[in-house]
Design a protein around this ligand. Structure first.
Ligand SMILES: [Zn+2]
Ligand SMILES: [Zn+2]
Length: 126
């Protein structure tokens, strides 16, 4: 754990410092500027660990590269269908949905994910 803490912190700094919801490869390119000898495998491994520990968010979409988010609080996203960029949506997270589903199903609901799809402003202009 101690051995990896510097690498892990560098990866986290990259993720916290961007709003672009980057891919693992992009994170790797950025971290290399600070730690030139870091390997892609190390970056992948750390991202997986941070994801499992809830330190970062992991965004999946079929047919697209998976992306990571340095903001680990639940929040909503907008994904542009043309350019593939992912934006944060400044919309309060609706906790009532969780309660409603929990009541209806008797499941223990921890959170929900919501992703809007459409065209970003740049792509509307094109
Ligand atoms: Zn777009
Ligand atoms: Zn986000």
């Amino acid at each position: 754990m101690m051995r990896n803490s510097k690498q892990r912190q560098a990866i986290l700094n990259v993720l916290k410092g961007t709003k672009s919801h980057p891919t693992a490869d992009w994170v790797y390119e950025q971290v290399r500027k600070e730690i030139p000898n870091i390997s892609l495998g190390t970056v992948y491994r750390n991202l997986r660990l941070m994801k499992e520990e809830g330190e970062i968010l992991y965004l999946e979409l079929r047919g697209r590269l998976n992306r990571f988010d340095g903001n680990n609080k639940n929040h909503y996203h907008f994904r542009c269908e043309l350019c593939g960029r992912v934006f944060d949506i400044d919309e309060p997270v609706d906790a009532e949905i969780d309660e409603r589903v929990a009541r209806r199903t008797d499941f223990e609901v921890h959170y929900h994910r919501l992703e809007f799809h459409g065209l970003c402003i740049d792509c509307q202009i094109k």
